[in-house]
Design a protein around this ligand. Structure first.
Ligand code: ADP
Ligand code: MG
Length: 742
C-alpha cells in the first residue's frame, strides 16, 4: 500500500538491488542474522528498509536503522519518507541532539550511539522487529559494540518466541571480520552480495607527490574543467576548512555569472569586429574566440593564498606556515573561457538542506563539482560523478593511550578507502580518478585498511556503558575487533578514580553518570550538581564542554588580514570580559564558555543569533548544538530526578561568586585527574621567557602550555585543572581553570 511517485519509481527501478528484493526477503525470512554487502550507491540504505516495511515488519513493531553519522541518519530518513510518500512522523530519526520520532514511527533512523543507550533501558530491544546496522564497514565504535551485543540479543529474542532480525549492511570490504569471527557468530551469517552497475574507472597517479595537496587539487580541478569532456567532479580533502577553502577558490576561478558575461562580451565583440567564425548559438558548447586578449574576465586569481582560515584544530603558533609560491599561474584566458562550475561543499557539520544540494542537477550549462570530506566515500552517493580527485589524505584524531593527549594528524588514508573513493567515478559510466600521489607512495605507505575506531579512541564511555549492561568480563566480549588491553586498563582505572566503578563493579554514581549522553567525567559533574542550585550552570557548562570548537580562533569568513586581526582583538577583549576581573577569574576559560552560552541564549531572544556568534567569535553551529544538548540534558535530569526543579532559562543570570566556587569544585570532581602545576622561574632560570606559560601535567615529562586563547595567561595560577591536552607543534592545555591550593 505504498504509493510512490512515478519519478521515484523510475529512479528506484534503476537500482540493481530492486531486482533482488525477493531473494533478499527470502534470506531474511530464513535467517535471523544476515549480511548485505554491496557497492556504495547500490541502494542498500534507501531500499532495504522499504522492502521490510512492505513485507509487514513495521506492523506492530518498528524497523530500526543505525548510522554511524548523524548526517546519514537525518538525510536518509528524509529521503525514504520522500520515496515512500510517508510523513516524517512515520519515517523518523533520532540523534544525540534532536529527532522527530513519534508514536507512529515505523522506520526509525538513529545514530549507533542512540541505539546503544536504548539497550541500557531495554536490553532485548523489544520495540523492534528488525535492526539494521548500516555502514558496518566504517567500523565505528558503537556499531562494533552493537554487532557484539546483537549477536547475543537475537538468540535471546528467539528463545522468547519474539524473534528479532539483525541485518548488517556494509560495503564489500573486510567482511571476514564479521563472518570469520567464531566468537561473534558461531555459524557465519549468510552474505547477500548486491551487484552494482559499476563502470571501469581509470586511476591516474601523479609522478611526484606534492605536499601541498590543496594546491594540487585546485590545479587538477581547473585542468579537468578546462580540458576534459562533461561530467561531474568529486574532490576528497580532509576537513571542513579545506572544503570551504577549495570551494571559495573554485567559485572565484569559475564564477557562475561568468558564462553570461562571456556571451555578452561575445555579442559585443561580434558587433565590433566579427572575430568569431560562427554563431555561438548553443549554450552547452564553448567556442574559443580568436582574439584571446580581448576577453579577460577574471583579472586576477590569487594562487598564492593558501592559508586555511579557521582551522581551529591545529592552529597555534605554527598556523599560517602554509607556504606561498609563485610557480604556477593558471592561464587566465583558459579559465575565462571555461564552463562555469557549480561548486558545492559537503561535510558532516553542513546543514541538511545544504547537503541536499549535491543530489540536485546543476544549473544548465554548469559542471557539478563537489568538494567533500570522506563522507562521500560511502555514506552519501552523489549522482553523475565522472572525475574523482583524491588527495589520498584523511584527518584522524589521535590520542595517547596513557596520557590522553590528543592531536589531529593528517595522514595517508588506506588502500581500501582510496579504492572506495575511486569507485565514486564509475557510477554512471566509465570514469577517471586522479590520485594526487605517486603509485610508489600508494603501494608502500598506504595501509590495507583503516584501523577500526575502537582501537584509536579512549573507551571510558563504552566501558562504563558495557558495565552497566552487566557485562562483567569486558575482555571476553565478542568485539569484531577488540580494543587493546592497555586501552581497557586505562579506561577502568579512570572510571575507578571517578568513582563510577568500585573494584570493577558499577557504583550508583556510575549508573547515574551513564544515563547522560556525555563523557563519564561530565556525567559525574551533572550527577554531583544536585545541590545549591548549580544544575542550570553545570548543564550549560557540560553542554558547552561536550561540543567541539565553540570559541573560534580565526574568523571563518574570508576577510583581509587587518580585519582578521581586528576581529580577533575584539574577541579577545570579549573573552577577558566574560572571564571576569582578577580575583573572580574563578572559572577561567570555563567561565568564558559559560558566559558565552548564556550570552548567546540571551541574544537569541533579542537578535539574530548567527550574527551574534560571528561578532563574538563563537561557532554558530556549535552554539546551536549546545542549545539542543542543554534541552536534552535538562529533560534527562527531570526524568531521573523528578524533584529537581530545572528549566532551560534563556535569561540565566551569571553565577554568583559562591556558585562559581562551587562550580569549580564540580569541575575538579570531573577532571581531578587532569591537573597541572606551573613551572616556576627558578626551575628553568634563563629560559624563563620561553617557558612563561609552561606547566607540568600529571606524569608527563614534556611541559604543556596554556592555549593561546586562555584567559589565564595574565594571572598564571600555580595549579590548574584542564579539559584536554592537545598537541600541535607543542602541547597545549585547553579549557583551563585555576585551583587554589587549600
Ligand atoms: P547504498 O546505501 O547502497 O550506498 P543508497 O541507498 O544510499 O545506496 O543510494 C541509492 C541511490 O539513491 C543512489 O544512486 C543515490 O544517488 C540515490 N539517493 C540517495 N539519497 C538521495 C537523495 N537524498 N536525493 C536523491 N537521490 C538520492
Ligand atoms: Mg548506504
Amino acid at each position: 500500500d505504498v504509493i510512490r511517485s512515478e519519478q521515484i519509481q523510475a529512479a528506484r527501478l534503476k537500482l540493481p538491488i530492486l531486482a533482488e528484493e525477493q531473494q533478499i526477503m527470502e534470506v531474511i525470512y530464513e535467517n535471523s542474522i544476515i549480511i548485505i554487502a554491496g557497492e556504495t550507491g547500490s541502494g542498500k540504505t534507501t531500499q532495504v528498509p522499504q522492502f521490510l516495511y512492505e513485507a509487514g515488519f513495521a506492523l506492530d513493531k518498528q524497523i530500526g536503522v543505525t548510522e554511524p553519522r548523524r548526517v546519514a541518519a537525518i538525510s536518509m530518513s528524509n529521503r525514504i519518507a520522500h520515496e515512500m510518500n510517508l510523513s516524517t512522523k512515520e519515517v523518523s530519526y533520532l540523534i544525540r541532539f534532536e529527532g522527530n520520532v513519534t508514536d507512529d514511527t515505523k522506520i526509525k533512523f538513529m545514530t549507533d550511539g542512540v541505539l546503544l543507550k536504548e539497550i541500557q533501558s531495554d536490553f532485548l530491544l523489544s520495540k523492534y522487529s528488525v535492526v539494521i546496522l548500516d555502514e558496518a564497514h566504517e567500523r565505528s565504535v558503537y556499531t562494533d559494540i552493537l554487532i557484539g551485543l546483537l549477536s547475543r540479543i537475537v538468540p535471546l529474542r528467539h528463545k522468547r518466541n519474539d524473534p528479532l532480525k539483525l541485518i548488517i549492511m556494509s560495503a564489500t570490504l573486510r567482511l571476514e571480520d564479521f563472518t570469520e569471527n567464531q566468537r561473534l557468530f558461531k555459524n557465519p551469517p549468510p552474505v547477500i552480495k548486491v551487484e552494482a552497475r559499476q563502470f571501469p574507472v581509470t586511476c591516474h597517479f601523479n609522478k611526484r607527490t606534492n605536499e601541498n595537496y590543496l594546491k594540487e587539487a585546485f590545479i587538477k580541478a581547473v585542468k579537468i574543467n578546462t580540458k576534459l569532456p562533461d561530467g561531474g567532479i568529486l574532490i576528497f580533502v580532509t576537513g571542513q576548512q579545506e572544503v570551504n577553502y577549495l570551494v571559495r577558490k573554485l567559485k572565484k576561478a569559475f564564477p557562475l555569472r561568468h558564462k553570461n558575461k562571456i556571451l555578452q562580451q561575445n555579442e559585443q565583440l561580434k558587433k565590433d569586429d566579427k572575430v568569431f567564425e560562427s554563431e555561438d548559438d548553443d549554450l552547452g558548447k564553448k567556442k574559443t574566440p580568436k582574439n584571446k586578449n580581448k576577453i579577460k574576465i577574471i583579472p586576477e586569481i590569487n594562487l598564492n593564498d593558501y592559508s586555511i582560515p579557521g582551522d581551529n584544530e591545529n592552529i597555534d603558533e605554527e598556523f599560517s606556515d602554509l607556504e606561498d609560491d609563485e610557480d604556477d599561474k593558471v592561464d587566465e584566458t583558459v579559465i575565462s573561457n571555461a564552463q562555469p562550475l557549480w561548486t558545492l561543499p559537503l561535510y558532516s557539520l553542513l546543514s541538511t538542506s545544504q547537503q541536499q544540494k549535491v543530489f540536485e542537477s546543476p544549473p544548465p550549462g554548469c559542471r557539478l563539482c563537489v568538494i567533500s570530506t570522506n563522507i562521500a566515500e560511502t555514506s552519501l552517493t552523489i549522482p553523475n560523478i565522472k572525475y574523482v580527485v583524491d588527495t589520498g589524505k584523511t584527518k584522524v584524531k589521535l590520542y595517547d593511550k596513557v596520557t590522553g593527549v590528543t592531536s589531529y594528524v593528517i595522514s595517508w588514508t588506506s588502500k581500501a578507502s582510496a579504492n572506495q573513493r575511486a569507485g565514486r567515478a564509475g557510477r554512471v559510466g566509465p570514469g577517471h580518478c586522479y590520485r594526487l600521489y605517486s603509485s610508489a607512495v600508494f603501494n608502500d605507505e598506504f595501509r590495507e585498511y583503516s584501523v577500526p575506531e575502537i582501537q584509536e579512541k579512549p573507551v571510558d564511555d563504552l566501558y562504563l556503558q558495557m558495565k552497566c549492561l552487566n557485562i562483567d568480563k569486558i575482555i571476553n566480549f565478542p568485539f569484531p575487533t577488540a580494543p587493546n588491553l592497555l586501552q581497557l586498563k586505562t579506561a577502568e582505572s579512570r572510571l575507578e578514580t571517578l568513582g563510577a566503578l568500585n573494584k570493577g563493579t558499577v557504583t550508583p554514581l556510575g549508573r547515574a553518570i551513564s544515563k547522560f549522553p556525555v563523557l563519564p567525567r561530565f556525567g559525574k559533574m551533572l550527577a554531583l550538581s544536585h545541590q545549591q542550585n548549580l544544575l542550570p550552570y553545570t548543564i550549560c557548562l557540560v553542554a558547552a564542554l561536550s561540543v567541539q570548537e565553540v570559541l573560534l580562533e580565526v574568523p571563518v569568513v574570508q576577510t583581509s588580514q587587518e580585519k582578521q586581526k581586528e576581529l580577533r582583538q575584539k574577541w579577545s577583549l570579549t573573552r577577558q570580559k566574560w572571564a571576569g576581573r582578577a580575583n573572580s577569574l574563578l572559572l577561567g576559560d570555563n567561565m568564558v564558555l559559560l558566559k558565552a552560552v548564556g550570552a548567546a541564549e540571551y541574544a537569541n531572544s533579542e537578535q539574530n543569533l548567527e550574527k551574534f556568534c560571528f561578532n563574538n567569535g563563537l561557532r554558530y553551529k556549535a552554539v546551536q548544538e549546545i542549545r539542543k544538548l542543554r534541552v536534552q540534558l535538562t529533560n534527562e535530569i527531570k526524568k531521573n530526578i523528578p524533584d529537581a526543579d530545572v528549566i532551560v532559562d534563556p535569561k540565566l543570570e551569571p553565577p554568583t561568586d559562591i556558585q562559581a566556587k562551587l562550580l569549580r569544585q564540580i569541575l575538579l570532581s570531573g577532571m581531578g585527574d587532569q591537573v597541572a602545576k606551573k613551572i616556576l622561574p627558578e626551575e628553568v632560570n634563563e629560559n624563563y621567557v620561553k617557558f612563561k606559560y609552561a606547566y607540568n601535567a600529571n606524569n608527563m615529562e614534556e611541559p604543556v602550555f596554556l592555549h593561546r586563547g586562555s584567559v589565564l595567561k595574565k594571572s598564571l595560577p600555580e595549579f590548574v585543572v584542564y579539559q584536554e591536552i592537545y598537541e600541535t607543534n607543542k602541547m597545549y592545555m585547553r579549557g583551563v581553570t585555576a585551583i587554589e591550593p587549600e
